[in-house]
Design a protein around this ligand. Sequence first.
Ligand code: SF4
Ligand code: SF4
Ligand code: SF4
Length: 248
Amino acid sequence: MSRPRVAIFDFACCEGCQLQIVNMEEEILDLLGVVEPVEWREAMSEQSGSWDIAIVEGSITRPEDEERVKRIREKSKLLVAIGACATSGGVNKLKNNFDLEEVKRCVYGPAAEMPHLDTAQTRAVDEVVKVDFKVYGCPMDKKEFAYVVRCLAIGKTPFVPGYPVCVECKMRGNVCRYEYGELCLGPVTRAGCGAPCPSAGFWCFGCRGYVDDPNVQAAKDVMTLYGKTVEDLRSRMLVFGSKQEHTP
Ligand code: SF4
Ligand code: SF4
Ligand code: SF4
């Protein structure tokens, strides 16, 4: 059986998710047994122009990005979005809370008017083109990425948890961060990471995005129980949840 041809593309992001792939080390050699990389700016100089699976990192933030991701989609049998920037807009969506011209001036100063610094509202990849699969997180987890690629190589649908981080956190026997007077986004955030943050004594900041059907009322009840407000919750959601569906 021939290996699916894979191309990796990046848009607005820090490229940390691609680094996760590079950091897979020996595991990369195993993956090369099931897929054939044909285009990947960060790691190879060849440009194939033809592939089966496109892996897309980063958000769509400029008009030219929109055209480019549409061209990539047209050529792809499957498109996989990796990392929070691509799957939800992630940190990049913070700018959608402000006037974009003001944001540009704040970041670039007098250079803001240069044409290559053109900007637009940040969008997740699936707000522009169809996305077949998502690997969540900031950065994405390299083991989860390898699992998804292996599934796709054999035509299997990867499992993505539809329950919140609290489930995995409880399975690890953690004392809830709310008991320490902190505010944690575990109740509304998609599981699959294994709850590393609360397990290390830190609250979940929602890097995997909201679970499909978050129990917003239950989250509000938890706020009330622990003397927090919905405003507290909203402000904590700004980093990874700006302008997302389900924000209370
Ligand atoms: S999801 Fe996070 S690590 Fe990945 S590219 Fe975006 S900012 Fe970087
Ligand atoms: S610490 Fe966070 S993730 Fe863990 S149970 Fe409490 S709210 Fe849920
Ligand atoms: S616990 Fe929360 S912040 Fe930490 S990796 Fe999981 S989803 Fe991201």
